[in-house]
Design a protein around this ligand. Sequence first.
Ligand code: BGC
Length: 394
Amino acid sequence: MKTVQPSLFCFVFLLTLLNLGCKENKKESQTDMETENTSMESDHIVKSTFGEKPDGTTVDKYTLKNSMGMEVDVITYGGIITRWTAPDKNGKYDDVVLGFDDLKSYLDGNPYFGALIGRYGNRIAKGKFSLDGQTYTLATNDGENHLHGGLKGFDKVIWVATPKSTDDGAVLELTYTSVDGEEGYPGNLEVKVTYTLTGDNQLEVLYEAVTDKPTVVNLTQHSYFNLSGDFTQSVLDHELFLDADAYLPVDGGLIPTGELRPVAGTPFDFTTSKVMGKEIGADDEQLKLGKGYDHCWVLNEEKGGFGLAATAYHPATGRVLEVYTDEPGIQFYSGNFLDGTLPAQKGGVYGQRAGFCLETQHYPDSPNQPNFPSVRLNPGETYKTKTTFKLTTK
Ligand code: BGC
């Protein structure tokens, strides 16, 4: 996580805080903003209605397009990417991310397909951590642990959207105020996530946040990719490179033990690109605990700052996904918990390993592990981190 000094964003945050005591006003101003948004649309960003929640809240969909023909659909519920098209080596565009056709399926039980994750991506042991001598108790939603922000994380809230078109692509700014005490976290947190689709098939995800009390933050994006475009196929034939010489072994609850274990000589070594399925079935204690790959890799730091963290390649279609980030870790999750019960977008069901996630992040359970890089955010600082997904072919 990079933090910067107070900025215009902090100023906007202060104004929003002034508004917090007055929720009705806030609702009105959000509606005004939405109306205004519609008039800002152009060819590169189109707004439509995705669905309505049982409480009557409308969920909008924004389709971001670029001059190459790539399209990314984002809904205001959870900031979820529901569809993302990418060309294969013959120029044929296909959806490469798992999702559902309707809002109801997202509401009924989404395994975080395409969602923005917060306030803390990944697990916090026993849903507890301390800051400045005070213990905070979070919602537990993964056995005894806290996962992906709790029972109602940022993946299940309505974000306020502001679309902007650019010459060759589109920008969608999403904001959300997470109030003090939400899911047990301290501090009012003002969050802004900006999706930018560039003219050369890159989707930049910029995360920013400010707080009025010390808190912890670890935001990520939870898209499940299947570069084949055929969601009935497992992703085990994709090749993967991870720029990581070490990973974080876990216990039975998938909480890191605290060890940074070298990948060399283990099935966790992706420093040279290899097929995801090559060793996933190996007789390895860590693979058994994760039911496959579900671990955080410790990214090599030699690039300092923003650099290539991962590359996935699907030989049959030629599609390549590159992930760039300034985060210290990346969770490679091989879709182990998909079990054939969820309806797939193009028919059929999502079977085990129908998609893989590359979640850039700070290490899981950092608030309880003093040896891990800090995830603390103080008032007056701005949480700022960027991840870019680039889709090409070879
Ligand atoms: C976690 C998995 C979890 C999945 C839920 C991943 O980020 O690492 O353990 O089951 O999210 O979809």
